[in-house]
Design a protein around this ligand. Structure first.
Ligand code: DX5
Ligand code: ZN
Length: 220
């Protein structure tokens, strides 16, 4: 069955010693993208993986790679991640000061362009760049770790951003990331999100295929 909304499982909490198997399972379950949480131990208090890991994922799945760059100096690594096989590059509004030039650089590299906001960062910070980007990633947890609790005020933020996108007739993906599972995904979609990141709710469940399928059904 074709669903409208997109599911991007985050492999941060997957069993990386069985990466190919885990990627096969989410693909079989109907996942649309693979969400890769790139962390530098500086912008966020955790250190994960870089371009070489993205290359390994690229060799292990046909799904588009949705790279979430939680790093302080994204400009220094855009080309590396693009060359490694990223389909989409999402940078944080809070990292670095030259967001407009970052967005232009990602566009020039031929990747889809995403900008992420931490929970407390106002939507207004994106006012001037919104028409230039493909996706806004609204963090529903404070970035750095999987398995955290969904921050409830995010629902209001999603709805406000969806209203703005409609008022300005912008074709914008609204991606939400952090603390999402079968019990709250419908509320996130109903608020106006159309791309869902889900990590631990999928990969800590013994049946990854069934949980992925369940998430897709609930998302519609
Ligand atoms: C957190 C990451 C999220 C996280 C999602 O900094 O950006 O993608 O891995 O994991 P869950 O779904 O477990 O909150
Ligand atoms: Zn993420």
């Amino acid at each position: 069955m074709a669903y409208r909304n997109k599911l991007a499982p985050s492999v941060l909490n997957a069993d990386l010693s069985r990466l190919r198997e885990e990627l096969g399972a989410i693909s079989q379950g109907g996942a649309d993208w693979v969400h890769l949480d790139i962390m530098d131990g500086h912008f966020v208090p955790n250190l994960t993986f870089g371009p070489v890991f993205v290359e390994a994922v690229k060799r292990s799945t046909a799904l588009p790679l949705d790279c979430h760059l939680m790093i302080s100096d994204p400009a220094a690594y855009l080309e590396d991640f693009c060359r490694a096989g990223a389909t989409s590059l999402t940078v944080h509004q809070e990292a670095g000061v030259h967001l407009d030039s970052l967005v232009r650089k990602i566009r020039e590299l031929g990747c889809r362009v995403g900008v992420s906001l931490n929970p407390a960062t106002p939507l207004e910070t994106l006012d001037w760049i919104l028409p230039e980007i493909d996706m806004v990633l609204l963090m529903s947890v404070n970035p750095g770790f999987g398995g955290q609790k969904f921050i409830p005020y995010t629902l209001e933020k999603i709805a406000a951003l969806r209203r703005t996108a409609e008022e300005k007739s912008l074709k914008l993906n609204i991606q939400v990331d952090g603390g999402i599972g079968p019990d709250n995904v419908k509320a996130v979609i109903d608020a106006g999100a159309d791309v869902i990141v889900c990590g631990s709710a999928i990969f800590t469940n013994p049946d990854v295929i069934a949980t992925t399928r369940r998430m897709k059904e609930l998302m519609g």
